[in-house]
Design a protein around this ligand. Sequence first.
Ligand code: 13P
Length: 249
Amino acid sequence: MNEARRKLVVGNWKMHGTHAANEALLEALKSAGPLPCDAAVCVPFPYLAQAAERLARSAIEWGAQDCSAHSQGAYTGEVSVGMLADFGCRYVIVGHSERRALHGESDQLVADKARAALASGVTPIVCVGETLAEREADDTEAVVKRQLSAVIHTLAHCTGEMIVAYEPVWAIGTGRTASPEQAQAVHALLRAQLRAATPQADRMRLLYGGSVKPDNAASLFAQPDIDGGLIGGASLKAADFLSICRASA
Ligand code: 13P
């Protein structure tokens, strides 16, 4: 384990939750006591204020799942990072594969969102990852490098301030997780690419996401370049999310 990088476990609630269900989940997270890692939940926009209020003075931070690349203007339905920062948002996920696939987000748009986040003091969690077809065509390395390269190029000297999440699309929500070795191999590639771009690469946290569960988290987190996880389904159950956090010890 790299002592310079404290593990980070982030829940991505995706489009799940109700005010009442969130109350119970947030309360359970808040009352969990000290955790061996940094932890956060990225919640749908309408529930950001609820997360901010309920997690105040707790060890768990909170963030959003997307943002606009623009700072303000006639962009109906969009949310700027300035608005997120306005009430203390710590993280924002950008370039999740669901947004790339379902909303046509390009590598450059994702990079512009990451730049907007950093400009407002919110840490972007930049997602990269290949589809099953791309993996089977032996294109994994080329795809994740292309996705990360757009961000490195756009952020230039700020590259070291972001978090990168490797989420193979074929492992998301499928129960089919990447093996620790498969995930580590891609993380090592990403780390090498970051080293070429910033002297801070060895301090940057690279998260793995895709069917992380309490029973596979420890073996993934034990890999030298895996610094925590981005958790979908299992983040909706307090016991599972906390158990994944504890697996980082
Ligand atoms: P699952 O953990 O449900 O596979 O989702 C992963 C993910 O997409 C997190 O952003």
